[in-house]
Design a protein around this ligand. Sequence first.
Ligand code: URA
Length: 216
Amino acid sequence: MTSPAEPTRRAYLDALNIDVFVPRDEAPATSTVDFTALRDAVARCTRCALHESRTQTVFGVGNPSADWMIVGEAPGAEEDRRGEPFVGRAGKLLDEMLRAVGLSRETVFIANVLKCRPPGNRDPSKAEAAACRSYLDQQIAAVAPRLILVVGRVAAQELLGSDAPVGRLRGSEHDFNGTPLVVTYHPAYLLRSPAQKARVWEDLKLARRSAGRVAG
Ligand code: URA
């Protein structure tokens, strides 16, 4: 438990350059520091031609030490304008999906395979995804989530190195370098095919079990 005088004491010790032992549950998330440098690197990125047409990069949003990390495909027009992932109609549906399992965009971390918008909302090319991939890998390593929820074919195939359709990748737990990964339909697809909502609900329950939020 931190006493009211603790911040002052720590500031003095910091000023004197004296190391303080900080219990893990009080320690600031080290990923915050990593994220600042990574965010800057992404903002300056010119690894592929998409930097020429972007309004801004879309790094990701949420809690940098979240239990759940959501991975989508790429920013659309609205995301490119606002600099935040999933803020259009599909984003509203993603918010609802999260709410259904007691989560919000503030408690999870949301990122995309691509940090820049492909013009005309076309699919990311393999070369663009490859150029951007290390940013996503570093984000996943920094967040160290208990569960990765992947929405849609592009992100699922990229992270799982698979050509299989979402219909075959969803419905079971995958392993991503030791982290459970669950695939579900992209909310933009769900807007066009609301009949798939029952399957998405099954996927969300699987994800919740995989994250260890509820037993069984
Ligand atoms: N679709 C995505 O996959 N990501 C976004 O950020 C917006 C729409």
